[in-house]
Design a protein around this ligand. Structure first.
Ligand code: ADP
Length: 480
């Protein structure tokens, strides 16, 4: 609950405004501080230089007039004028630390114990500024024959400078406040510009998640939003296409499964209605029913195989096999149906080809192609099966002298449930899934399948399969 409330408070709107505001305050603080300290530095060093120049000049006069030993009015007057000029206090101390001049007159003849004076006698130059009390202090040693015999201490006023400093700080504060307010407005504008399209997108995405797949995102302003819109639209197009394919698939499957059922029902009903039907009729109808059951079985088996091929969790069982042996087995299987229609099977292979395959699936694919070559052949026709290889691939050619496939159908024969002649081909007992499964199996092995055909003359399938399997081949078909 607290987390939810915090998330609601720290929304994008808040984050953008506060970031811009904090940056504004931070930058203006830095500007004010650096300007003020630069001003202080330049003013104080200028003032110190001025006072120091005067101190040097007066200390020379003090030496010339031997003022440290016996004071005189000329220097006293001069110092009075200077104290007045700098708006502060001047002290002159002799070598015994006795104050021999005090422009305030307060501490004359007293012993000077100020740290600045003691430090000057130790040979240090003392100059410091106290901006808080608007005053500066400068101690200048009076040196004779490399010995410090006395010291002049200036405590000068920085009232004027302090006043201008206050004025500058005030002006800077006003400017920075104006900048911060401007930044606040800028933050509000930027966050509106960013959050408005986001809100629009969110509303549309909500609609999509509620099932309205016809919604399209159309953000055009900011580049990133445009890109997100494009990606989401692309995803929606794919989802719609998948949806459509799935619907088509379900309706095709239902239709395919229903057809043998309807035939069986008609056959059974006819028999039931015929009272005292002859045994031959029973046999004939039951054999037809039996065929329909086989067809239903074929369709279900192919569907199950399809599901397996699309299952990302089922790993193909790749082993090293002799493709010659596989082809011999396949041809042995189809020989009886070929013989029944006097179709000659010619097998050409000149060397043994060993390769890595999922043998059960390759058997299934080759059986399908060879079976089709017999099924769609003419009586007394021919099927030629050839196997060759180079260093990387095996090439299996299955060529028949059958009825051929029209050019406009060549691109579709690998589609699910596609049949060139819908009514006639269904009679052959196929599911219309055979070549679709074949192409999936070939792709699973990283191979290709090509078909060429001449109507009325025959069809030729060439399957190219790599001899060895890379792990990436095995994923390609699953992502399809
Ligand atoms: P089916 O189970 O109907 O045989 P397939 O997917 O194996 O389905 O084949 C799809 C269609 O391609 C077949 O219905 C048929 O029209 C055509 N076809 C496949 N192989 C051949 C071939 N060798 N000669 C002529 N037509 C073929």
């Amino acid at each position: 609950m607290i987390k939810k409330t915090l998330l609601r408070i720290f929304n994008l709107y808040f984050i953008i405004i506060s970031t811009i505001l904090i940056s504004g305050i931070f930058v203006s603080e830095i500007c004010i501080n650096s300007t003020v300290s630069e001003y202080k530095e330049s003013v104080s060093s200028k003032k110190a230089e001025e006072v120091s120049a005067y101190a040097t000049r007066i200390s020379n006069q003090i030496l010339v007039t031997d003022y440290l030993k016996s004071t005189n009015d000329t220097i006293d007057n001069e110092l009075d004028v200077a104290a007045e000029l700098y708006g502060g206090r001047i002290l002159v101390v002799n070598s015994t630390l006795e104050i021999i001049y005090d422009s305030y007159g307060r501490d004359k003849y007293k012993t000077a114990l100020m740290t600045e004076i003691l430090s000057t006698f130790k040979g240090n130059n003392v100059s410091n500024v106290d901006w808080k009390n608007a005053k500066g202090t400068l101690c200048h040693g009076i040196t004779e024959s490399n010995r410090i015999n006395g010291c002049i201490m200036f405590i000068y006023s920085l009232d004027k400078e302090s006043e201008s400093l206050n004025n500058i700080t005030h002006t800077l504060n006003v400017i920075s406040l104006a900048v911060i307010i401007a930044m606040l407005f800028l933050g509000i504008i930027i966050s509106l510009v960013i959050t408005k399209p986001l809100k629009g997108m969110q509303q549309k995405l909500d609609k999509i998640s509620n099932g309205d797949m016809e919604v399209e995102l159309d953000e055009k302003g900011i580049y990133e939003f445009k890109k997100v819109s494009e990606s989401v639209n692309g995803m929606l197009t794919r989802v719609r296409a998948t949806d459509k394919t799935q619907q088509e698939f379900v309706s095709n499957v239902s239709h395919e499964l229903k057809t043998p059922m309807t035939s069986m029902k008609v056959l059974a009903e006819t028999l039931l209605m015929q009272e005292g039907a002859p045994e031959e009729m029973y046999r004939e109808f039951l054999s037809d029913i039996n065929q329909e059951i086989d067809r239903e079985n074929n369709i279900i088996n192919d569907l199950l195989e399809l599901v397996k091929l699309k299952d990302k969790n089922i790993v193909p069982n790749i082993t090293r096999c002799s493709i010659n042996e596989i082809l011999e087995l396949v041809l042995k299987r189809i020989t009886p149906i070929a013989r029944a229609r006097n179709i000659e099977i010619i097998y050409e292979s000149y060397k043994e080809v060993i390769m890595q395959v999922d043998s059960n699936r390759i058997i299934m694919a080759l059986t399908n192609i060879c079976e089709n070559a017999v099924k769609y052949n003419k009586d007394n026709g021919r099927v030629r099966v050839a196997l060759t290889s180079d260093i990387r691939h095996a090439y299996i050619t299955v060529e028949d002298t059958g009825r051929g496939i029209p050019e406009e159908s060549l691109n579709h024969i690998f589609d699910r449930f596609y049949r060139v002649d819908k009514a006639r081909d269904r009679e052959t007992g196929g599911s219309g899934l055979g070549l679709y499964i074949v192409s999936d199996i070939v792709r699973l092995h990283g191979g290709t399948i090509k078909v060429t055909s001449r109507l009325g003359e025959g069809t030729k399938f060439v399957i190219k399969l790599p001899l060895t399997q890379k792990s990436t081949n095995l994923d390609s078909v699953k992502s399809n």
